[in-house]
Design a protein around this ligand. Sequence first.
Ligand SMILES: CC(C)(COP(=O)(O)OP(=O)(O)OC[C@H]1O[C@@H](n2cnc3c(N)ncnc32)[C@H](O)[C@@H]1OP(=O)(O)O)[C@@H](O)C(=O)NCCC(=O)NCCS
Length: 166
Amino acid sequence: MGKTPRITFRKLMPDDAATCAALDFRSFGEHDAWDRQDFFEAAINADFEFIVAERYRQIVGCAGAEIFIDGVAEIDSIAVDPNYQGQGIGKQLFIRLLKAVIKRGATFVVLEVRPSNTAAFNLYESMGFEIIDRVKNFYVDEDAWIMAREFKRGTFNERDLSSNDG
Ligand SMILES: CC(C)(COP(=O)(O)OP(=O)(O)OC[C@H]1O[C@@H](n2cnc3c(N)ncnc32)[C@H](O)[C@@H]1OP(=O)(O)O)[C@@H](O)C(=O)NCCC(=O)NCCS
């Protein structure tokens, strides 16, 4: 945690939609990024859980998931401003997001990642996520790995995150 000075975390608000959409566009490009309306919907729709990371009230990261009624949560997006990557912010965002969705009843968390995205893959793997499937041509230019991890209902222990025993 000492790697992330002056970073605070809070829920996504409707007014953050444009900033998060711009961050997403820089991170994922025109084909994969969420737009302003997507983030606005995520902020007002209770099925979504989105968190932003701020440095001096400037958003430097955003992560979120959709929660389904059957205990499944799907990670929709995680992105950290390139100027602030490698400082532990993505890991903190992901831990806080997992904590939030588990608190809301998720027991199975699933996500898609590009096989070429080493940073994201390492982050997820370090949190105990495993590849469960590969989807051909999921992205315009690449397949996707589907990664997932089970959690015990309502249980979140940060110390257990690096293992896969929930
Ligand atoms: C993936 C992303 C969110 C990680 O955020 P970050 O703040 O840079 O990551 P952190 O500094 O918290 O690092 C967390 C872990 O991620 C992995 N990681 C981060 N950067 C990495 C890199 N350049 N190379 C390899 N692994 C890396 C490591 O496992 C790291 O843990 P460690 O520091 O203990 O080794 C960030 O790289 C990003 O925004 N990328 C563009 C958007 C994106 O690809 N999102 C994921 C879509 S599936």
